[in-house]
Design a protein around this ligand. Structure first.
Ligand SMILES: [Cu+2]
Length: 254
């Protein structure tokens, strides 16, 4: 009852140490977390008060043996039904939130993300490089920290793959983590609410340079994204520069 009252009154609940979620999906998870936390506080407060009350009210006053009985029907019904109701409510909210978080839209901007030992590739299949059939892409190995450029306020659909071993795509501020698995395609949506740069990292220990599998997600305005994509489409081939940067990165790690 207290939890519902707090939520309905629209009062600003504290974050209880969690990220608020910079994506619409991440924010849904955050709200669920707040709900669970408030439910936990209520249960704790009730149990704590009952313990305190029984300690004070029924502490030893004399050597007389108190009234003995085996059960109390009202209480037993109460402490069976109430937890069941709590679990059902938490389950329903979890179910709703999970559906919102895992719901995918195929009309979104698509980014093909490939994790590999040790770096990331972000490909934009809808945008081809001038005069070719090759999609615009960003490739970064080890200390290069590649940037996934995306429009803010729009839904982005991510297809996540791995080239070799299991990696993890994780942006802490999005409250979301997903495996990149070899031979298996994972997909999810991100709707980043504000422009900004968000740090991401690989969350599966995937080998020697696992620690260097850092990337960034830069959310810009749709107009800025268009400008970025247009510049990328007409940019000259950078394979040589990528190879050079790779060698340089490896040299720097030694
Ligand atoms: Cu990895």
């Amino acid at each position: 009852v207290v939890a519902t009252a707090l939520l309905l009154s629209g009062c600003q609940l504290p974050s209880f140490g969690a990220y608020k979620g910079e994506t619409a999906q991440g924010h849904d998870s955050f709200k669920l977390y707040q709900g669970f936390f408030v439910a936990g506080i209520c249960v704790f407060a009730l149990v704590f008060c009952l313990i305190l009350w029984s300690i004070l009210r029924y502490r030893k006053k004399s050597d007389e043996i108190p009234r003995q009985f085996q059960y109390h029907t009202v209480f037993e019904v109460f402490y069976t039904i109430v937890p069941v109701i709590i679990v059902i409510v938490l389950f329903v909210f979890t179910f709703i939130t999970e559906n919102e978080v895992t719901n995918v839209s195929h009309k979104a901007t698509i980014v093909d993300v490939t994790a590999f030992q040790w770096g990331w590739q972000f490909k934009y299949p809808a945008y081809k490089r001038a005069g070719t059939n090759t999609p615009v892409r960003v490739l970064g190995v080890e200390v290069q920290d590649p940037v996934m450029e995306v429009p803010a306020g729009e839904t982005i659909h991510v297809f996540l793959r791995s080239k070799d071993v299991i990696h993890g795509f994780y942006v802490p501020q999005f409250n979301y983590s997903e495996y990149a698995q070899p031979g298996h395609l994972n997909q999810f949506d991100l709707t980043i609410q504000h422009t900004g740069t968000y740090r991401g990292q690989c969350t599966q220990f995937c080998g020697l340079y696992h620690t260097y599998m850092i990337f960034r997600v830069r959310a810009v305005t749709p107009a800025q994204f268009q400008a970025w994509v247009t510049a990328k489409e007409s940019a000259p081939t950078t394979l040589a520069s990528v190879t050079a940067a790779k060698q340089q990165a490896k040299g720097g790690l030694r």
